[in-house]
Design a protein around this ligand. Structure first.
Ligand code: 5GP
Length: 118
């Protein structure tokens, strides 16, 4: 992030073990945690370890291979923990419901409503 003096994000704190969180998968550059407020039988967040990208548009522009790695980890988690079929959501901007400005993919799987967005 440009503002290097600001506090670490909640996801960085989980990665660093400063607050509890269940890490269900990780690679060198990406980690995955169970969402604290699950919206589906499987609800995992896949997160770059760097917090320099606030949202998926910045990530796509700045490091497309890291975005691809996020998607690969999402697929792996869904393959391991669900039926391999999943919904991937990136809330982008407060008006779209984003609350943590450290890019993360919501992986939702298992018994999803056909038309619901979550
Ligand atoms: P957003 O609304 O930014 O797209 O998603 C943020 C997500 O982070 C929400 O689904 C919320 O439940 C989850 N979340 C917020 N704080 C924590 C936390 O401390 N631990 C975990 N595991 N998830 C969190």
């Amino acid at each position: 992030r440009l503002d290097s003096m600001s506090e670490p994000t909640v996801f960085t704190r989980i990665l660093n073990g400063e607050i509890p969180g269940e890490i269900v998968a990780q690679t060198e550059r990406v980690f995955a945690i169970t969402d604290i407020a699950p919206q589906a039988p499987l609800h995992v967040l896949v997160i770059p370890k760097t917090e320099q990208y606030m949202n998926v548009a910045e990530l796509a522009a700045g490091d497309p291979s890291l975005l691809a790695e996020v998607i690969e980890v999402a697929n792996g988690v869904a393959a391991e923990k669900a039926d391999g079929e999943f919904r991937l959501i990136f809330n982008t901007g407060a008006g779209a419901g984003q609350t943590v400005f450290h890019v993360h993919a919501h992986v939702l799987a298992g018994d999803l409503e056909e038309k619901s967005l979550v």
